[in-house]
Design a protein. Structure first.
Lengths: 806, 304
């Protein structure tokens, strides 16, 4: 075993077994499981007329009491989401039509395929008629204004998961769960229920919480019985003892608080899993794991109950098990998020609320566990601040060097001020954690869905600006930049062009907010989740679900794709047309329309490509890209979410450049752009420079990104860099790389993530996936097995500039 | 101080092999040694060079149409350029819309250069890095390097000079005033071997090494080992002995493993490389060289 810094001193951690289960999980087979769908259908049929929060609670309780359960062979951490490992449950209440339509397609997909049996297909078809017309998606479709549909046809807006699945995007208050248990939460609900003058909404909510927690405890007890049975037939003595131990633990687990480190970790996993049985969002995240389990670890370590080695084993089992969970998405969403991602972020390191540094043993052990598990989940992130031990960064750098994209690193010196731009006090802001890819939230205090609302394709908006609002591809025109129909428009000055951009962005942003609102209002009903809600501060006190305003804070962000393409394009137009005057707008426009074909097109494209590009520490263009960010940021204060006035602090918008793989399919819809990009090619990823545009090396990329308003990006900023393996070889280069990461704190770099793989390996993996089954890459805020991505996304990753500086 | 111009090919940022910490290496154009193994052949002549990339060429023929003496012929594999006859290759290159031609080498003033370099100050400071002047032979453009190094030092940036040492001492001495660390190349000890490999005698080079040691300027000595050229064991030992005598100013000896990564550039330049079939250095041999250096009490590192 090749450790980062850990040296095992005893045999408490069975590394052979870890290798075995790791390999098994790497070869996991994605399938679809209809059980949950059938149970919820039955419960909904039986509970017509009851309040939705109660119906959902009853359904969840029934699912937990009757679904197939199993104990994954060899595992210390147990609990299953569906009837088989890596089987995705079905959530018909959010959307069903596409599932039925795509039943025969799941197996044929070029990425994220699922194997599905004929029996499963039949069972899903059988429930279709009950749900058809009643789902969240149906309600959204009914309420979405026609103009939004047209904006979607143009390719400017994309509705994303919010229109057809649950919300997800939540970091529960694990501290709270671990201290009182699910039983304790039910007790709290019972106490509240005794109060006078409760509203019906509150009574329903408390009742739902009690129902759901009772179901959860029943589910846990089922495992106690199962473990005991399995122990009977188990011949391996060690495993037999483990099963008996599990049986004992599960007999009373979480009736009250966690009693040991093992119970704490097992509970963290269960809470995660249970949220993913209740609802099918994604980005259910773990928050600051090293902070909230540390006291349990320390107590067990001090009393000799566990060793550091045993703790590592438990954490690694937990990490591996998070990969047993799965989710199905429609094909058009899969293009936006390839590689079966669940975005279950887990964060270690960083400042505590009191301002002291929080790194502890668990922080290091999580890095070691990831080094052993090498699977896409959890999405491991490291926070660091001025006082973070250099050894933690060095361990993180060593893990990054392994080449599977984790951890990503967050800099407190930027993240905390960014969170402070919301109405947070300093102590609260210091407790931020990453949720999903790079989005940020305060664990236990944020409602559902901090980000990933409606996607806005910045590249497309810019193309429309050049075409007077007329879309050359669809012929749809929703806004007329000069007041006239058609694509003819003249911009006499850069300022005119810039104002047109701002006008168009504001127009489409408004539509995107309308879309967010339609989806949010529908989810109030369809995502009335008693379990998840009860894990967030203030929900129990207020007697409200999150969607009704239960959370302490409420902020959302959309996903903006292509700010660097827009900035580079603006810079090219500014320089070539308005300043150097070596091109006319007409000439440029003609070449764009023709996708730079013809010799004249090639001449113009060369000029465009030579114009300043973001990512090279060139102030001229870097500040134009920063202007693009500002143009979005300045729109935000005017808009509120549906929860405004219903309890939470905030209820406003913030900005994030987390855009998963959407920069690839969003590029399909955008014609050639003045930065020299050809029609249909990818836009830029997050806040990263355009593919191949950064030619001055990694420090120049950092310097460019540092000019963006990173400390106002409270929704999270995404930067993805690729280094060749040689650049990190040996201790000396590793040290230099660690120094490079740490310098981010002087450079206002919110977040950075790295791929350490050479192009040759990636190209080979595309050609011969069978030889590279375990090749994991950093996609865009999360990691995925390279072989599971669709070819276009694979190409984009290959094309991402390889920073090989030696 | 007038703003002197220099001819450089590029600034390589995040450079990890040209001294301590994260560095920006400034590659200067022009060299007075002609090492047969040179990995940067575009930096030998003291003028911008034009590289031609056949794979980017669309065979449109625009370059050929202006080439004098019919010196460019468009073939199926791209353009065949008769470099001797092509007296207006710069003009030909300008015709290309597809970046098949690339000009290496551009003029930059001291202030422009320093303004670019100090942008990475935070990286230098945090990693203990700085700027390295390399090439080509950086010290040939001594007025430029001197002023740039002086300005960098005024900005508290660590400056290293990578040199082959064939520079009149009075000039080298004046530059060294503003240099924190010298990366000094010793290609051979025996003057015949040296001349065979580099085309020049090494007596001034060795003298300069001693003089640098005398003024107690920190040095890292770099030895490239090329099979069949300068891998004679007795000469390698002689190099080490010479280095040892330089004393404690030598912080480290870098053994540079000969590689052929730069040979593609000969093709792009339309030049021939004599060593194209020469074997690369074996790790065993390099390790043996390292062992010898260490046995003499020198801190010896492979790579560097």
């Amino acid at each position: 075993m090749d450790f980062l810094s850990f040296i095992p001193e005893n045999n408490d951690c069975d590394f052979d077994r870890l290798m075995r289960v790791q390999q098994k999980m790497t070869a996991r087979i994605p399938t679809i499981c209809p059980e949950r769908a059938e149970i919820i259908t039955q419960v909904f049929k039986n509970t017509e007329g009851e309040p939705i929060v109660i119906r959902r609670a009853k359904a969840m309780a029934e699912i937990l009491k009757t679904m197939t359960i199993y104990i994954e062979e060899d595992m210390l951490i147990i609990g299953n989401q569906a009837s088989k490992n890596f089987a995705a449950p079905v959530f018909p209440e959010y959307s069903i039509d596409w599932i039925v339509e795509e039943l025969d397609e799941f197996e044929k997909r070029s990425g994220d395929s699922f194997s599905i049996s004929e029996d499963t297909k039949d069972r899903i078809k059988a429930i279709w008629s009950y749900w058809h017309g009643k789902t969240h998606q149906d309600e959204v479709n009914m309420n979405l204004p026609e103009i939004n549909r047209l904006a979607e046809k143009q390719g400017v807006l994309h509705r994303g998961g919010i229109s057809m699945s649950g919300d997800g995007h939540i970091i529960p208050n694990h501290d709270f769960v671990l201290s009182v248990g699910y039983g304790g939460i039910a007790e709290i609900a019972k106490e509240y229920l005794k109060k006078d003058n409760l509203k019906k909404e509150q009574i329903d909510f408390y009742k739902a919480v009690i129902i759901v927690m009772e179901g959860v405890l029943a589910y846990i007890k089922r495992f106690s019985i199962l473990a005991k049975e399995e122990a009977k037939c188990q011949t391996n003595r060690k495993r037999k003892e483990e099963l008996l131990y599990i049986s004992d633990v599960f007999a009373h687990l979480m009736e009250g608080g966690a009693k040991s480190f093992y119970e704490a970790v097992q509970t963290v996993y269960l809470t995660h899993l249970l949220m993913m049985i209740e609802s099918n969002g994604h980005s259910f995240s773990f928050g600051r794991f090293d902070q909230y389990v540390y006291s349990y670890y320390k107590k067990d370590l001090d009393t000799g109950i566990i060793s550091k080695e045993k703790a590592l084993e438990i954490i690694t089992h937990f990490f591996i098990m998070t990969n047993s969970l799965n989710k199905i998405r429609p094909w058009n969403h899969t293009q936006y998020s390839g590689g079966y991602p669940l975005y279950s972020n887990l964060m270690v390191g960083g400042m505590k609320p009191d301002g002291t540094e929080g790194t502890n043993d668990i922080s290091y052990l999580c890095l070691e566990a990831m080094n052993i598990s090498r699977l896409p989940e959890p999405n491991l992130s490291v926070r660091f601040c001025k006082n973070t031990p250099h050894s933690l960064i060095l361990s993180a750098a060593k893990l990054i060097r392994k080449g599977f994209g984790m951890p990503s690193v967050f800099c407190d010196e930027v993240g905390i001020p960014a969170m402070m731009t919301l109405d947070l006090d300093l102590e609260t802001a210091r407790d931020y954690a990453s949720m999903g890819c790079v989005e940020t939230a305060i664990p236990g205090k944020w409602g559902h869905r901090a980000t990933g609302m409606t996607y806005i394709n910045f590249g497309k908006v810019f193309e429309l600006v050049l075409n007077n609002g007329f879309d050359p591809a669809t012929g749809i025109q929703l806004i007329k930049m000069n007041g006239n129909e058609g694509s003819e428009v003249e911009y006499e000055t850069y300022e005119e062009l810039w104002q047109a951009w701002k006008t168009a962005l504001k127009f489409y942003f408004g539509l995107a907010v309308d879309c967010d609102m339609v989806c949010d209002k529908s989810l109030k009903y369809h995502d009335a989740d008693a379990f998840a809600s009860s894990l967030i501060d203030c929900s129990l006190e207020r007697g409200k679900t999150l969607k009704n305003g239960g959370a302490k804070y409420d902020y959302v962000s959309q996903s903006n794709i292509g700010p660097s393409v827009v900035g580079d394009s603006l810079a090219a137009v500014k320089k070539l047309v308005f300043e150097d005057k070596i091109l006319t707008m007409k000439e440029l426009k003609k070449s764009l329309d023709e996708n730079f074909e013809s010799e004249e097109g090639a001449r113009i494209r060369q000029l465009c490509k030579k114009a300043p590009k973001f990512g090279n520490d060139d102030d001229y263009v870097d500040y134009i890209v920063a202007d693009v960010y500002e143009s979005y940021l300045e729109l935000l204060p005017e808009y509120k979410t549906d929860r405004y006035g219903h309890g939470p602090i905030g209820c406003g918008y913030t900005m994030s450049t987390s855009n998963i793989t959407s920069y690839v399919p969003n590029g399909f819809d955008v014609g050639a752009t003045p930065d020299g990009r050809l029609a249909g090619k990818p836009l830029n990823e997050g806040a990263s420079p355009c593919l191949g545009a950064d030619k001055e090396g990694p420090t120049a990329v950092i310097n460019s990104v540092s000019k963006l308003p990173n400390d106002r990006m409270a929704g999270g900023q995404l930067l993805n860099m690729r280094f060749s393996p040689g650049a990190l070889e040996g201790d000396e280069n590793l040290e230099k790389f660690a120094n490079f990461i740490e310098t981010a704190k002087y450079k206002k770099i919110f977040h950075n993530q790295f791929n350490i793989i050479d192009s040759k390996t990636l190209k080979d993996a595309k050609e011969h996936p069978e030889d590279h089954q375990d090749l994991m890459v950093r996609v865009a805020g999360y990691c995925a097995l390279f072989s599971t991505l669709m070819p276009e996304a694979q190409d984009a990753i290959i094309a991402r500039t390889e920073l090989d500086w030696n | 101080m007038s703003d002197v111009k220099g001819l450089i090919s590029k600034i390589q940022k995040y450079s990890t092999k040209d001294g301590p910490g994260l560095r920006s290496t400034v590659f200067m154009v022009g060299c007075n040694l002609k090492c047969v193994w040179c990995a940067n052949p575009e930096l030998i002549d003291s003028e911008p060079q034009i590289l031609y990339y056949a794979e980017r060429c669309k065979k449109c023929g625009r370059c050929a149409s202006v080439a004098e003496n019919n010196s460019i012929i468009v073939t199926e594999k791209g353009c065949r350029i008769d470099r001797k006859q092509c007296v207006n290759i710069e003009e030909c290159a300008k015709q290309c819309f597809y970046d098949a031609y690339e000009t290496v080498g551009y003029q930059i003033t001291v202030h422009e250069l320093v303004e670019k370099l100090i942008r990475d100050e935070a990286f230098f400071e945090h990693s203990g890095g700085g700027v390295t002047f390399s090439g080509g032979e950086a010290a040939l453009q001594y007025a430029f390097v001197l002023q740039a190094a002086q300005l960098l030092q005024q900005n508290r940036i660590h400056v290293a000079l990578d040199t082959a040492g064939l520079i009149p001492w009075d000039r080298l001495y004046r530059i060294l005033e503003y240099i924190d660390l010298v990366l000094f190349d010793i290609k051979a000890f025996d003057s015949k071997i040296h001349k065979n490999c580099t085309g020049v005698d090494n007596s001034i080079i060795l003298e300069n090494a001693q003089k640098i040691a005398e003024i107690e300027k920190s040095m890292i000595v770099r030895m490239v080992i090329v099979p069949n050229m300068n891998d004679q064991m007795d000469d390698i030992c002689a190099r080490f002995e010479f280095i040892k005598k330089l004393g404690s100013v030598v912080q480290q000896v870098d053994i540079l493993k000969y590689h052929k990564l730069g040979y593609g550039k000969y093709i792009l330049l339309g030049k021939h490389n004599r060593l194209i079939d020469n074997p690369e250095c074996s790790l065993e041999f390099i390790s043996e060289v390292k062992r010898i250096g260490e046995s003499m009490g020198l801190i010896t590192v492979i790579g560097g």
